[in-house]
Design a protein around this ligand. Structure first.
Ligand code: GYE
Length: 622
């Protein structure tokens, strides 16, 4: 309610300049919050739909006023729009950037300097300087289209023509990459042509008319959105060419929308690409009300629409009450990895308490670090006909068989924390947890900044459980950053299996080996804090001063890591939150309420260098 007078004046001025909306009949003075919405353009049907959905969802809130700005596809104009919105005193910014590079600085400034919450819609920026990203995984969409086209054409294969949106834009590059990766597995499919039509129907019609003159025999036309696919369809019809299968993306309702094109047989298929607009407003209000558990990224689900899948209910959210008696408690079977670290113990506690709070009946099984125990537990859940199964995969491979059994039994599976590397993503409903690659990158980014040196830096790496996603990805992310710093070298890398005791043992062994070779090292990168704390003990035994003689960076940000940082023995911990219980129970409830869930939810995390530890410790929850 602060600065209401001046803000009111600034907003009225802005509303005249741009446009605004609030719930019908509400007193313009009464609103509590003002959200600024900066859209890339209002020409494409998909973006017009996004705009409409924001307005509809915003109308549900009494105390909300939304101010819109349309950048008409100009990033310069969008930068100005954002400045105007910021200067007018908005409480939160929702933005769909025209161009990541051009918009990153002004968005980072709003987020870091003005501490304004920022929700990115559909397209991202460079880096992580925003509150929440909601959008599709364009590479995954491209891959799904490729898999569908490969199936459509079958063993014989055929010729495919690809119509791109705006050349060089991230969605186009990702969709094309995913598509070509998928069709590259089908030997008889040849991509015989590519044209760019800037997302526009008429441009696609003109371009394809010219192209078809010389290549009338193409089997499939894949267009990056339905508008261009329709343009392509019209071109073929005008030239009297039949037999081409048209595949689009967006799947919007209404005349000329993808749903109509599929139902009328003009398209073989399209793929939904939800705008995320409603979720953006819902989460924006949660953020403004300081709700807990706001994720960092929500990757929205894409659904294949053919006449058959639509007939099977692909468009209608199916109400999924627990099998027999909707009134009874939802029964969730959870197969946990084990008890290897403080992180894991906090994760287990978070799940157990959140299930209690949500009134969900939890059957909890501890895998004791063994995959076969987890598989046995999942089979037990299937036999007991639980309503839903959730698990964290000790190692990422070898889950296909049991996940197919759960699917065959009609029991939905949620994966939390550690993903699996199965290709068939229909074997689980959603995956929620951290971005382990990004954690590895952050550890290395902090290290090179902290060391700021050209001299040789030798690193010992304590890996987590071999074959587990966090160990694999943290290593990849860490090495990816160090590739630009040739004076940094990992001279020894060994697994401590995420245990504090094993971290200590393995470090003791490494120290002895290096001493015998007359070698020393400068840095320890430990894939989790527990192993780092174990290693600190082993270092002190041989008279080393951890945190001083050896710089130590690790991952998790558990309580004991803060104590070690305050004691000067650990230099930095990259956060990885174990508090996934509330997120999981909310998703379970949403699922049974028939809501479509994101395919991926990435949690929000920070980096804690030692100098921040003392101030941060009191607020830590694990
Ligand atoms: O970093 C580690 C735990 O899967 C992210 O497993 C989790 C990791 C975490 O043992 O402490």
């Amino acid at each position: 309610m602060r600065r209401r007078g001046t803000r009111m004046a600034a907003l009225m001025a802005l509303a005249i300049l741009i446009s605004a909306c609030q719930r019908e009949g509400t007193d313009p003075q009464a609103f509590e919050f003002v959200i600024g919405v900066s859209l890339a353009n209002l020409t494409e049907p998909w973006r017009i739909n996004m705009n409409a959905e924001i307005k509809e969802q915003a109308a549900a809130y009494q105390d909300l006023r939304v101010v819109f700005a349309d950048a008409a596809d100009s990033s310069d104009r969008q930068v100005q729009d954002v400045h105007k919105l910021l200067d007018s005193g908005i409480d939160l910014l929702i933005i769909s950037p025209t161009d990541a590079e051009a918009l990153t600085p002004v968005i980072a400034d709003a987020y870091n300097e003005r501490h304004l919450p920022v929700v990115l819609l559909d397209r991202s920026v460079i880096g992580y300087d925003y509150t929440l990203f909601i959008g599709p995984d364009n590479r995954l969409i491209g891959k799904q289209v490729g898999q569908y086209v490969a199936e459509l054409l079958g063993g014989e294969g055929g010729e495919v023509m690809e119509i791109l949106g705006r050349a060089g834009s991230p969605p186009v590059m990702d969709r094309s990459l995913g598509f070509r990766e998928a069709v590259s597995h089908a030997p008889n499919i040849r991509t015989v042509g590519t044209i760019s039509a800037d997302w526009l129907r008429d441009r696609a019609e003109d371009e394809l008319t010219a192209w078809l003159q010389t290549h009338p025999a193409v089997d499939v036309v894949f267009a990056h959105n339905d508008a261009m696919a329709f343009g392509a369809y019209k071109a073929a019809r005008r030239l009297g060419i039949s037999g081409i299968r048209f595949v689009g993306i967006d799947g919007l309702p209404g005349p000329e929308g993808g749903q109509e094109m599929v139902n009328s047989g003009r398209f073989a298929a399209t793929f939904t690409c939800p705008t995320g607009a409603r979720e953006a407003v819902i989460y924006a209000m949660d953020i403004l009300h300081h709700a807990e558990g706001i994720p960092k990224k929500m990757i929205l689900r894409t659904t294949l629409l053919t006449r058959q899948t639509i007939a099977d209910g692909a468009l209608s959210p199916t109400f999924r009450a627990p099998a027999s008696d909707p009134g009874r408690k939802i029964v969730l079977g959870f197969a946990q990895v084990g008890k290897e670290s403080d992180w894991r113990l906090a994760n287990t506690e978070s799940i157990k308490s959140a299930a209690r709070d949500a009134g969900i009946e939890l059957i909890f099984r501890d895998g004791e670090q063994r995959q076969e125990n987890q598989i046995k537990a999942i089979r037990e859940f299937i036999a007991r006909k639980v309503d839903i199964i959730a698990f964290s995969a000790n190692v990422q491979s070898g889950w296909g068989e049991v996940l197919r059994e759960a699917k065959a039994a009609g029991i939905p599976v949620f994966i939390i924390d550690r993903p699996v590397d199965e290709k068939d993503e229909s074997l689980w409903v959603t995956l929620m947890g951290s971005d382990f690659l990004e954690e590895g990158r952050r550890a290395a980014q902090w290290l090179v900044k902290y060391m700021s040196t050209e001299r040789q830096v030798d690193i010992v790496e304590l890996q987590g459980t071999i074959g587990s996603a966090p160990a694999i990805d943290r290593k990849i992310g860490f090495e990816e950053v160090l590739r630009d710093y040739p004076n940094y070298a990992i001279i020894h890398s060994e697994s401590g299996d995420f245990f504090r005791s094993t971290g200590e043992e393995v470090m003791r062994k490494i120290l002895a080996e290096l001493r015998a070779q007359g070698k020393s090292f400068d840095v320890l990168f430990a894939h989790n804090d527990d192993m780092a704390i174990g290693a600190i003990k082993a270092m002190e035994e041989v008279g080393l001063r951890p945190g001083k003689d050896v710089v130590i960076v690790s991952v998790d940000a558990i309580g004991d890591a803060f104590k070690a940082m305050i004691a000067g023995k650990l230099n930095c911990s990259v956060e990885c939150t174990p508090l996934l219980g509330p997120l999981l129970m909310k998703a379970v409830k949403d699922y049974f309420a028939g809501k479509s869930l994101p395919v991926r939810i990435v949690t929000a995390e920070e980096v804690f260098p030692a100098e921040l530890a003392r101030r941060a410790l009191p607020g830590r929850k694990y």
